[in-house]
Design a protein around this ligand. Structure first.
Ligand code: HEM
Length: 197
């Protein structure tokens, strides 16, 4: 699923990306803190089978929720005060790929480096740069955190339709939530002073 992906601006594994300031040891400690263990890894592999075919639907669902929010929707608005549809379309492709990556990618150095990049792309350090856009320069951290509840819980209807037992569905849901919160913990780093992270 991850091979031969050519999405503009999707720089996973690119040599041009700087190494994350977060070490692999710090990543392992974070994984431990949110209970992201070997079982969670295994459950995410199952999640991939169920979620990958619906990745675009999920992103559409998340986008529709953002579009209904007076402040959140503005991070996609250009200087004319209207949604920048070109920007939205470009970002969407990478967001869809993220759903698949979140389920399938090993948490290695390349993965860690790209999490730092995604975090930065929500902040003035990198927002807009990838797509040469001219929208606002930050996704406020409070919304990144709050929205993780939506990203975590909206997979449930898809899981409900999957051919897994109730127990397995709960395990997959838990693994997805842990993964989401792990990503989020990494993405907060560019927002905060290093001494407080
Ligand atoms: C916790 C939930 C969130 C997740 C999982 C998430 C995930 C992502 C991903 C995967 C990308 C593309 C990264 C890449 O370029 O490869 C992205 C970009 C972006 N996201 Fe989020 N995001 C979240 C919250 C939000 C919220 C709440 C907003 C709006 C209020 C938002 C606005 C954006 C924007 C504007 C970009 C494009 C940034 C750029 O200019 O490169 N995100 N997000």
């Amino acid at each position: 699923m991850n091979s031969n992906v050519h999405i503009p601006g999707y720089d996973f594994g690119s040599k041009s990306l700087p190494p994350s300031p977060i070490s692999l040891e710090e990543l392992r400690a974070l994984e431990q803190a949110c209970g992201f263990d070997n079982n969670a890894r295994e459950q995410l592999r199952k999640a991939a089978v169920v979620l990958a075919p619906h990745a675009e639907d999920l992103v559409d669902k998340w986008r529709s929720i953002i579009a209904q929010h007076a402040e959140m929707k503005q991070v996609f608005f250009g200087p004319d005060g209207q949604p920048d549809e070109t920007y939205k379309a470009a970002v969407k492709k990478r967001f869809v790929q993220w759903v698949i990556d979140a389920c399938e990618r090993e948490h290695d150095q390349a993965w860690l480096d790209y999490q730092q990049e995604i975090g930065k792309r929500h902040t003035p350090a990198k927002k807009n740069q990838t797509d040469a856009a001219h929208t606002g320069d930050v996704v406020p951290l409070r919304y990144l955190i709050a929205f993780s509840a939506v990203v975590s819980t909206t997979i449930r209807p898809i899981l409900d339709d999957a051919e897994y037992s109730t127990f397995e569905k709960a395990e997959i849901q838990d693994a997805w939530t842990k993964s989401m919160l792990l990503h989020l913990a990494l993405w907060t780093q560019p927002y905060v002073a290093a001494c407080l992270w």
